[in-house]
Design a protein around this ligand. Sequence first.
Ligand code: PFF
Length: 458
Amino acid sequence: MAGGDAKGRGTWASGIGFILAAAGSAVGLGNIWRFPYITAENGGGAFVLLYLGCIALVGLPIMIAEIMIGRSTQKSTVSAFRQLAGKKSPWVSLGWIGVLCGYLILSFYAVVAGWALHYVVRSVTGALAGKSADQLQAAFTQLSTDGGQSILALVVFMALTMAMVMGGVEKGLERWARILMPALLLMLVGLLVYSFTLSGFGEAFRFVFGFHAHDLTGAGVLEALGHSFFTLSLGMGAMLTYGSYLRRDTDIVGNSIAIAVLDTVIALLACLVIFPITFTAGIETAQGPGLVFISLPIAFSKMAGGSILATVFFALLSFAALTSTISMLEVATSYFIDERGWSRHKATLVSGSAITLLGIPSALTGATVFFGSGMKERFGRDWFSLVSDFSSNILLPLGGFGIALFVAWKVGDRLRHDEFLAGSSFGKFYRLWLGVLRFFVPIAVALVFLKAIGINIF
Ligand code: PFF
């Protein structure tokens, strides 16, 4: 129904359901695929410490603000800003940024998620076993350049995501988070126990937690800050939308802390699973995006029981990605439900299909067709990196910046205060949170944004 009342939209059946779904959104490829390789590229320990600071001082305050907008309006992104700022207000563009990001980010994210799923199949069928390093490198290149396989993986992953989003808040988003998140944690702990037995564990631990001040760089600071947005699913209204299904008496601050802690712990555990394996196998760790799809399979192929380990690892990666893709599609879908009065079924089908089509050029990015390497040769940039850089490096910080300003300066103190205090025992931190959101967060995010558009302050 247009303007959708709170009841018709659905609510989380339980507090833990919301935490699992929101943490499911946060925990994804960003934690298990991206965080380990950017940590490796930035020299380990010092970068990790910086990252923790960014999560606590920038990510967490924005998450509280985003969930607050959703919970107070019980609306999805565009409608929420319309309700709070007025129909024609420029603040409504923050809602539009969210919907646009839902389309753009999901379109390339689902391609990588599809690769993860493809690697589950490869691991189960033993296609990765007994291969040399060169063969495994070639296997990844083949997947990422053979457009047909990548498109198939994308379509399958999007179909799974759509099926789950169609179930609705309680029977779709919450139910699957309740199944996938504990399974993910179990697999992660299982792999961690295994990594702990490896000779490279000590070295990996020192790498992740050893602090060397000289490793800190200006670029590392900005990378840590930028990643804290992506990993906490901030700036595009995903947390706002999930917040809109919250009951009035839920403790937003406590829940946000739980979500941020879960997300961070899982990113750190992913490092403590991956680095011992690569260190023990004597494989280069600072490999970039190929770390998970090339280095790890090489390491697995040298280990007893490697196929089983590989299967568990890629299933873990796929599960993590799925709870995130669900949240992105929910942002796109809930817009049509709230604003256009479409049924959830129709809204999911239309947005999901459009996003799948939009993902095809990304899936073809390594292939020699117009949008792929052909495009790179002609325009110096391929579609995949164009879409991913624009959406995650520009739109997300822009959205986060706007949300911080909106809640800190535009929204009335009454609403903010009530939302902060409802069901919460963190009331005494209200002034501190507001101060950080008013001054520190906008400056920090502006720096990331300026870097993204090529203006480097450091
Ligand atoms: N937080 C997810 C990850 O770390 O993989 C990515 C993401 C999900 C970004 C949902 C944005 C979003 F709305």
